[in-house]
Design a binder for this molecule. Sequence first.
Ligand SMILES: [Zn+2]
Length: 627
Amino acid sequence: MRSSLRSSLLGILLCLGLTGTGAGSAYNARPKLVVIIVIDQFRGDYLERYRDQWGEGGFRLLLDHGANFTDCNYNYANTRTAPGHATLLTGAYTNGHGIMANDWWDPQKKAIVAAADDDQTKLVGVAGGAPGASPHHLLADTLGDELKLATQGKSRVFGIALKDRASVLPAGFAANGAYWIDRTTGAWITSTYYRSELPRWAQDFNDNKRAEKYLNQDWKDSNGNILRSTRPAAGKPGNFYDLVGSTPLANDYEFEFARELITYEKLGNGPATDLLIVSLSANDILGHKVGPDSAEMQAMALAMDRQLAGFFEFLGHQIGLANVWIALSADHGIAPLPQVAAGMHLPGANVSGDKIRAQINSALSARFSHKAEYVKDLDYPVTWLDSDAFAAVKVNEQDAERAVGEALKPAGLRTYYTRSQLERGDAPNTELGSKYLHSYSPLGGWYVLGVPPPFTIGFIGGTDHATPYTYDTHVPLAFYGLPFQPGTYRTHAEPVDLAPTLASLLGINAPTHSVGRVLTEALPPSRRVAGSAHGGDREERSMPDVEGLGFRQGTMAPPSQAATSAAEAANHRTTAIAALKSCSTQRQGSWSIQRLESWSSASQDFRVSVLAAAVKNDGRTAAEGVR
Ligand SMILES: [Zn+2]
């Protein structure tokens, strides 16, 4: 019975053009939309930690109905926001995409520059003409860029985040738009790299002062206790980023904007697959302050679960979940608060990066008998050197970097890697050595990467991420969509696998510097089938098992129970047959998928159950319809 149901279902899916070589192709808009959710600072273990508290349709859409990789770790040391976002969408590490930090010392400008800063552009959407942002520091292209190339620009690609670096870098060079917020007012802005003025819908969004309703709010836990308020302090102008950014209201605000973008830019309605990257920044802003083990972070995660469910439901209504692929990951994890680690006798400590920098500068000033700021910046555990200061005392790069590295040791750093050493590929053949080789960038002048002891944070108060240790490298990696075989996968995975996996399924090139692998274990096995429209053998990918479409024990009623009354079943059957009859003459038409969607609510499970009920009640007719 079950195999005949499966073959009938397969027949219908074939008719819909969802199987075989057409499992996904960017050229013919299958899927219509790929959504990549990047949570800023979300450790891989949270999905398990709160598993019994997730509701329906949020994280569980991916956990129960998607392919979830539980052991995904960044294989580099510089686990910061800008590198993480660049890594996910380029499929490369810093030695490929060049983004090694959020900010670095620019020896030409003699200033600290941010990863997405671009003086050649201006901000759009905020008065003042301040310098804007672009992906011009990226040394590799992104999944979105390859999608644009493959479809001759027909695909639309957008990025959204509170932070510019988290919006601009993953969206890539050819993106149609990247939006982030003005930190003071919360207004959505972009840069002249993308366009000279905001689109009408975004301008209206700002004009309607939609940011303001997020101020003067209390964020309460499930017991009604106030966790945080977005009320500005008396007599002080409010700063949206600081006030709202550290509460779940910031995610609501981002999703509100994302819904507008999808609606007005008509994402998922074009002739080719569109791509949207949404980076949720609030987790990071709060997480640095309160640490991963606080009640607030738990409340934030549970709120995000509901927010994701709402957004996925919107996607279902708007585009149909059968037409959407969703990927979820994070740019880095986070260390426990040092006092939490120390409370369990782990070697946790807060140290002052500013103090270490001052110590190094005075040690080097004494050593070279010349007082100078040899280290311009210390973003623990990374130091940026001023080559001019060393040139004044006739010290070359190698010696300068070694001197700084040695000066880091008395401050507690275990060892160090210098820029010149990494450029030569000179690192021990160990797991840690390769993480540092992957952290190398030719950008940023002279620098030294210190290797900190675990659980040590480079500022006083709060916690951080920027190490090669698992609390910083372990992130979620999960996929939802028709090509993915649902399940929990404990095989080795890395964030660089996201882009090449999606590229392979879309039938496009992986990004230029991609080093990831296609996560084939989450894809149904391929088989050779004889004869095709083109005359030769072709490779056909079988559809996921019926379980993959939602008929999993315990997660929903079996098809026989899905149609509860005879009248309902008859109704489904009539609709299914009508759809199939038209379908047999227009096999590849995406309109038929839309028709299926119009039958039901946003839930893919429900939609497929309706389809299955129709097949079950008149399987023979349905199968004939396909022939
Ligand atoms: Zn981050």
